[in-house]
Design a protein around this ligand. Structure first.
Ligand code: ADP
Length: 493
């Protein structure tokens, strides 16, 4: 595999994607937190400076007076605190009249830039104090508070005072730098941790995959051991094991079926071969040839029946076998079938009767398939009922359903086998007096389903079995397009 291919495979891996998502979201979280911290810190500092400026504003009011010479700052020269306060006030300040003419300003304020007349007038007009950020020539930032100041003598001025905020900005800058230095380190660390944790979480998945890879057709019974922690992975393993059990069963059935089919086909083939060889070497008269050929034909018939059954079932199951549905009288069909099965029933010493048959019972179905379904059920009932037993076929119409039952007093089916008897190729091993292919009930099940009905079975070992088939009475919507033989108006409900 090329380098690019390998890299692609790597990045598509669950482990990479888990670790990557973890790191990605963690990074976003850290960056967001950093921005929030930085904003909070900035606002706290700004609030602090503003509150200092507010205090100074109030103080300034106490010192500003107007004399004949204009506005002036008065303080007690003997009080060093007052001297200091006024001095501090004068570091960054500007005083103007209400027309916007600057009366006094400090050097630093000049360096930041004096307010224009218009600015001053606009602020005074707004009646509120304004706050702005300005930079002096050296780039030092100042927070400036400005607005209307009415001095002790009642004169109105425009005053702006400011304070350097470079210290605060430096703290914020330092914080930001340190924080965003630490973030990549933390991210690398979480990346390694995420990679390790994702690896640990996915370890069991890898071991499941390894076990699954070791499974071949020869060890389908292999099961992945459960970890017994009851997590999603255990459920996956359980589902996987169940799937393997089902697969194993299907493979087993197919294997068994292949053996049975080859067995089934080999015997008549050998017999046919033997008969033909004997005829070829020993037959003298036409009569002898004829007899050999008739016998061989019978076996060939049996062979073709088996092959036909297999073909039909596979066509039915793959949806290629379409029903030819017409209105038909189930009661009449059942009577005919019961009559036909009298001879084999008698041969077996079984009493076969049809009870409670209604005079007519119309269904919308495929005659050949319905006959096949009835004949499979009757044939099985007779086959699995020892001499002296009884087989009763019943038919009734109940709530729009045609209920057909075949009840026998035969060998019965044990509860272990009962759920599987409709499976393809499934045979109850010991109960087989005659060799069947285990396909009869698969046919029954398919035919009933294709006619929109259901089939069920109840059985008790050594007591008997009852198969019940429920079919919709009259035409059903299902498969109508397959059977255009009948216009809807003529269909019987
Ligand atoms: P088969 O051709 O072997 O009879 P089926 O699919 O018709 O195959 O039946 C499957 C299995 O169900 C049979 O092997 C048989 O053991 C059991 N079975 C079917 N019908 C009856 C019944 N009426 N009584 C007892 N066992 C039955």
């Amino acid at each position: 595999m090329s380098g690019v291919g390998k890299a692609l495979r790597f990045t598509r891996g669950l482990r990479f994607r888990l670790a990557f998502s973890y790191v990605f979201f963690f990074t976003i979280l850290l960056v967001l937190l950093g921005i929030i911290f930085r904003q909070t810190l900035t606002s706290i500092f700004q609030a602090q400076v503003l509150s200092i400026l507010d205090e100074e504003w109030v103080t300034a009011k106490g010192y500003l007076r107007t004399t004949d010479a204009g506005p002036d700052w008065f303080h007690d020269p003997k009080d060093p605190d007052e001297a200091f306060t006024v001095q501090r006030l004068h570091r960054v300040y500007l005083l103007a009249d209400t027309e916007g003419h600057v009366l006094q300003s400090s050097v630093i304020y000049d360096s930041i830039g004096k307010d224009s007349k218009d600015q001053i007038k606009a602020i005074l007009k707004s009646g509120k104090t304004a706050t702005r950020l300005g930079y002096d020539k050296q780039g030092i930032p100042y927070l400036i508070r400005s607005g209307l100041m009415i001095d002790e003598t009642g004169n109105r001025y425009y005053l702006a005072i400011g304070r350097a905020v470079d210290q605060n900005n430096r703290v914020v800058r330092d914080f930001t730098r340190n924080y965003f230095w630490v973030v990549p380190i933390v991210i690398v660390f979480t990346g390694v941790l995420g990679w390790f944790l994702a690896g640990r979480a996915l370890d069991p998945v890898n071991s499941v995959a390894e076990t699954a890879q070791r499974i071949t057709h020869s060890n389908l019974d292999m099961q992945i051991p459960l970890r017994r922690v009851g997590d999603e992975l255990d459920r996956l393993i359980e589902a996987f094991n169940h799937m393997m059990t089902r697969l194993n069963l299907s493979f087993e059935q197919i294997r068994q079926f292949s053996t049975d089919v080859s067995h089934e086909l080999r015997t008549p083939l050998t017999v046919v071969r033997g008969q033909l060889e004997v005829a070829l070497f020993t037959a003298k008269t036409t009569e002898q040839y004829r007899e050999a050929m008739v016998n061989a034909l019978e076996d060939v018939d049996r062979l073709s029946n088996i092959v036909r059954a297999l073909l039909m079932l596979s066509q039915a199951e793959s949806g290629q076998l379409l029903l030819q549905r017409t209105q038909l009288d189930f009661a009449e069909l059942l009577r005919d079938q019961v009559d036909q099965y009298q001879i084999p029933a008698e041969a077996q010493g079984v009493d076969l009767t049809a009870a409670e048959l209604p005079s007519a019972c119309v269904i919308y179905g495929d005659k050949i398939q319905i006959e096949r379904m009835v004949s499979n059920l009757l044939g099985n009932a007779i086959k699995y009922t020892p001499a002296g037993g009884r087989v009763v076929a019943r038919l009734a119409v109940e709530a729009g359903l045609v209920k057909f039952t075949v009840e026998d007093t035969g060998v019965g089916i044990s509860p272990d086998h009962l759920p599987h008897i409709f499976d393809r190729f499934y045979r109850v091993p010991s109960a087989d007096p005659e060799k069947g292919l285990g396909l009869g009930l698969s046919f029954v099940s398919w035919i009933v389903k294709a006619h929109g009905g259901v089939v069920s079975v109840e059985s008790e070992l050594h007591k008997g079995t009852r198969f019940t088939v429920s079919l919709p009475a009259g035409p059903v919507d299902l498969d109508l397009r397959e059977s255009p033989a009948l216009p809807l108006s003529e269909q019987v409900h």
